[in-house]
Design a binder for this molecule. Structure first.
Ligand code: NDP
Length: 453
């Protein structure tokens, strides 16, 4: 596996792929370890998780640099990502026992009926490169603490991150086999899911990858959780605080170089504030520093891969051919590495690529709408349903509109974010199942009914 630094375009490391024999050994190890791991108390597993959080904090610079080198995330954002991983470890170290406590049910006199939550076994996680630590900890912290064991097939461009995460668990004192990284191409995934020892699969990534994993898992009756793409609306109403909406909106679109499933992608703005918002939004976007991701002053680094940037630019170019107007950006930056400028498009023709597909990079589309109803209808006019952000000074109005949006999460006067305390996931083509919070830890458990007469 060759790792290319996207800020220079040069190959910086080569990793040996694991063979099918290595995968078999890893599955054997996972199964053996599970037999013991599942018998440990949740308290025991919580303590190990708390130690994993400490390992993350102690080595945050090193882990952050691995991310930045492999996929180009600005270093300050990479450090924040490692800190967030430590936070999710703290969260489940504190709450896993409570979340997994048995639940009593109404029962006939003289009987007790309860649900107990037991682990399922080895779970395969197929993960993407965009938040190469966070996406992994988001599954590993809850699922391992519930007593499952994890196998990670990470994206092929971040093998160093995959091995570093394995090290976190090793250093924290986890038994070998509780968490293993497999450096394998995606065509080995089907066989792993089909293996009798594997009890479930979770994937974060594109729709096609999600469909492929779900199809195989369906054939073999394995549980799945899918966190796929999004085309999140960011609605600015006539009573919004325009300065805050523009500032937060600019970050909501461009954090991580715009390569986020929950980035704000479609800005839907009430006609009364459209000009004011657009002016403020352009100012914010034009103030971003694009450059070397290792420089702490950089806001936007390179895109993660050349092919993905080319796809993004094709979406922009086709949309402009169809009639969209470029307000700022719109052409790859002429320098070494894979750099795309923060871009704003207006006059978006219905059905053009930036209107109907996910744009995974720093490209914002801005729409002008006449009223609240048109805003809601435009927000829901997408196959995706991950998140949405609504801006209004009237909190009740915000809540009322939130209930009309088809999405897994809606934030009022805030950008969409994932937080260990709140369930996270989508509807429609954005996937199914929930990560984080109590909902997340209960995705890969046997909800066992125990009736005692
Ligand atoms: P993919 O969805 O292809 O990759 C995500 C993960 O899935 C990787 O580990 C990948 O492995 C694996 N994978 C890919 N195809 C299959 C398959 N058929 N069976 C099993 N596993 C598979 O994303 P890309 O990196 O190619 O990015 C393409 C687009 O996907 C982006 O432009 C963006 O729109 C979307 N995306 C969405 C993300 C999100 O957070 N929702 C994250 C990343 C991408 P390998 O790397 O070896 O191919």
């Amino acid at each position: 596996m060759d790792v290319v630094d996207p800020s220079t375009g040069t190959r910086i490391e080569t990793y040996e792929e694991h063979t099918e024999g290595d995968v078999t050994e890893a599955l054997d190890r996972a199964t053996e370890t599970f037999d013991d791991w599942r018998t440990r108390s949740v308290r025991d597993r919580e303590q190990l998780l708390a130690t994993a959080g400490e390992v993350l904090r102690d080595n945050k610079r090193e882990y952050a640099e691995t991310m930045t080198r492999e996929m180009g995330k600005p270093i300050t954002q990479a450090i924040a990502e490692v800190e967030k991983c430590a936070w999710v470890c703290d969260h489940y170290a504190e709450y896993a026992s409570t979340y997994l406590d048995s639940d009593p049910h109404p029962s006939p006199p003289g009987s007790t009926v309860e649900t107990e939550y037991e682990p399922l076994g080895p779970v395969l996680a197929v993960m993407p490169w965009n938040f190469p630590f966070w996406q992994v900890f988001r599954f590993a912290a809850p699922y391992l603490t519930a007593g499952n064991v994890g196998l990670l097939k990470h994206a092929s461009n971040v093998p160093g991150c995959a091995l570093a995460i394995e090290d976190v668990f090793r250093e924290a004192g986890y038994p070998e086999g509780v968490f293993q990284s497999l450096l394998i191409p995606s065509d080995l995934v089907d066989d792993i899911i089909a293996d009798d020892r594997v009890r479930g699969a979770t994937l974060t990534g594109s729709g096609p990858a999600g469909r492929a994993v779900a199809a195989t898992a369906g054939e073999h009756l394995k549980k799945t959780v899918l966190e796929l793409g999004g085309s999140d609306p960011f609605i600015v109403l006539d009573d919004a605080d325009i300065g805050s909406a523009a500032e937060t909106g600019a970050w909501a679109r461009n954090l991580n170089g715009g390569q986020s499933c929950i980035a704000a992608k479609r800005f839907i703005v009430h006609t009364d504030v459209y000009d004011d918002f657009l002016d403020a939004f352009v100012d914010e976007i034009d103030s971003f520093v694009v450059g070397d991701p290792m420089d702490e002053k950089t806001d936007i680094g390179p895109q993660a891969r050349q092919d993905l940037m080319e796809e993004l630019h094709e979406q922009v170019a086709e949309s402009v051919d169809a009639g969209a107007t470029v307000v700022t950006g719109g052409e790859p930056i002429d320098r070494e590495g894979v750099f795309y400028p923060p871009t704003i498009l207006t006059d978006i023709p219905e059905g053009c690529p930036v209107d109907s597909d996910e744009t995974f990079g720093p490209v914002a589309t801005v729409y002008e709408v006449a009223d609240e109803d048109e805003a809601v209808s435009k927000a829901n006019d997408t196959n995706f349903g991950l998140g949405a952000s609504i801006w209004t000074e009237n909190r009740d109005r915000g809540k009322r509109i939130a209930s009309r949006i088809d999405a897994g999460c809606v934030y009022v006067n805030q950008l969409v974010k994932s937080d260990p305390r709140a369930p996270f996931g989508g509807v429609k083509d954005s996937g199914y199942g929930r990560e984080l919070s109590e909902a997340g830890i209960k995705e890969f458990v046997n909800r066992k009914t125990v009736w005692v007469e």
